[in-house]
Design a binder for this molecule. Structure first.
Ligand SMILES: Nc1ncnc2c1ncn2[C@@H]1O[C@H](COP(=O)(O)OP(=O)(O)OP(=O)(O)O)[C@@H](O)[C@H]1O
Length: 434
């Protein structure tokens, strides 16, 4: 009755029900009597139940209470994992003080648990090889400048681009240049989370919230506290999940599944998608209010085929990485092969280029790779599937095609195009063609 004035209290008369109760409810503290059978007062039962409790929840905070107290018993209790020991008859104020300090311990244990998970995430981050965002093309320069400008603000960012264009890399670059750089960067692939696990993954749950919820779980938003949360493939969210996410973004509060408590969270939001969200809004498959909430600034990353000037640079970058990794120092790629690579469509963008180079480094027996087949599987004419949007782009493609037909011979290409070699070189330089 006394404790009920301060706390929410469940009373259990039969200790045999303890394990079931612990599995279904997350108790902050257990006040455990030591003798349950008439005539037996050696406290052994109390010790047995203490062990059972700690088996179910090693983090449990248990205060033992008994009328038959001796120092020895108290010492034994603490050794076996009890948090404190209270003697009957108790003094209310003393009992309250004991309980409050035990609750503080419980809070600290929870904090430690959360920090452990955050620490693991940070370690994952540190273990990630740090790849610089490489590119000199005007298109990429514009992206780099935009990153620098928006990173310092806390604005919500939406990164748009085809698969493999470097959206996650850009998100990490924004985080690294922001005031939150010393805090955690949490990446969530929404495309990989099932509908049923969405809430539990993102917002967390408390023990017993559903059948498999055996432990409390910290959600990704809570983990991202004071840091950055990166929601990849946001275009894959179903409409009901979009509403749930919107509520969190509006209130900046989360509620763990099964918990009545709301927790305020401070995070910076970066989203990415390869889908055309504006079109999806038009088709009513993406909520307009959610789009407005996430796209304070939009960063568009152009596909690789629209910045072929970067191909030699990226090729060198990945060659460096993989020749080191596979101990194949000295492998080079012939210029003619690079020219062919610049004509390829690269549907998988930089990720495809990266994998192509890794594969080539593993497979090649030559010091200088002369055969484009080892790098590009498709036929280079696939570029034609992509219709140029500007005159500039058309000119570039035309020059590349002509160079291809003339097997890279600049004099013959210039003749075929009806221009001088110098004029052709000037144009090739402008378009970043090697
Ligand atoms: N400009 C770049 N410089 C160096 N490496 C890059 C660049 N852009 C992308 N990469 C590399 O290409 C790979 C794919 O990049 P990332 O995962 O960021 O792409 P994404 O657009 O997020 O892909 P998806 O849409 O499939 O999630 C990564 O290994 C990344 O390091």
């Amino acid at each position: 009755m006394f404790l009920k004035q301060e706390f929410s209290v469940d009373i259990e008369q039969d200790p045999n029900n303890i394990p079931d109760r612990l599995r279904s409810t997350d108790y902050d503290l257990i006040l455990l009597d030591m003798n349950f059978k008439a005539g037996i007062n050696d406290g052994e039962e109390g010790f047995n139940w203490l062990n059972e409790i700690l088996k179910v929840d090693p983090q449990a905070v248990v205060v033992l209470i008994t009328a038959y107290g001796e120092i020895d018993l108290a010492v034994k209790a603490m050794k076996q994992g009890a948090t404190d020991f209270v003697l009957k008859p108790w003094k209310n104020q003393k009992l309250l003080a004991t309980i409050l300090s035990a609750l503080q311990l419980r809070q600290s244990k929870k904090e430690v648990e959360k920090l452990k998970v955050t620490q693991e995430r940070l370690q994952d981050e540190i273990d990630q090889p740090y790849y610089y965002f490489i590119g000199e093309s005007p298109a990429i320069q514009r992206v780099t400048e935009l990153i620098a400008r928006v990173a310092a603000t806390d604005a919500n960012i939406l990164i748009l681009g085809e698969n493999g264009t470097g959206k996650e890399l850009v998100a990490r670059a924004i985080h690294r240049q922001s005031a939150r750089k010393d805090k955690v960067f949490i990446s969530v692939d929404l495309g990989a989370i099932t509908e049923t696990l969405f809430e539990s993954e993102l917002f967390g749950h408390v023990k017993g919230a559903f059948t498999d919820a055996k432990q409390d779980k910290t959600g990704r938003f809570e983990l991202a506290s004071h840091g950055t949360i990166f929601l990849d493939e946001i275009g894959n969210l179903s409409l009901p999940l979009q509403s749930k996410l919107l509520t969190v973004l509006q209130n900046r509060k989360i509620q763990r599944l099964g918990s009545p408590k709301e927790t305020s969270i401070d995070f910076r939001l970066i989203c990415a998608t390869n889908a055309d969200l504006h079109q999806m809004v038009f088709e009513k498959s993406f909520r307009q209010d959610l789009l407005y909430r996430i796209n304070t600034v939009e960063v568009r990353i152009p596909p690789l085929r629209e910045r072929i000037e970067d191909i030699p640079l990226l090729t060198n970058h990945f060659l460096n990485i993989y020749t080191k990794k596979y101990k194949r120092a000295g492998i080079k790629i012939d210029k003619s092969v690079i020219a062919k690579m610049q004509k390829y469509y690269w549907p998988g963008n930089i990720r495809e280029l990266q994998h192509a180079i890794e594969r080539a480094v593993i497979l090649t027996e030559e010091k200088v790779i002369q055969k484009p087949e080892i790098l590009i599987s498709g036929n280079t004419a696939r570029r034609e599937q992509h219709s140029p949007k500007t005159l500039e782009e058309m000119e570039k493609i035309f020059i590349l095609q002509s160079l291809d037909e003339n097997e890279g011979n600049v004099t013959q290409t210039a003749m075929a195009l009806g221009m001088t070699r110098t004029a052709l070189y000037r144009r090739m330089k402008k378009h970043g063609i090697q």
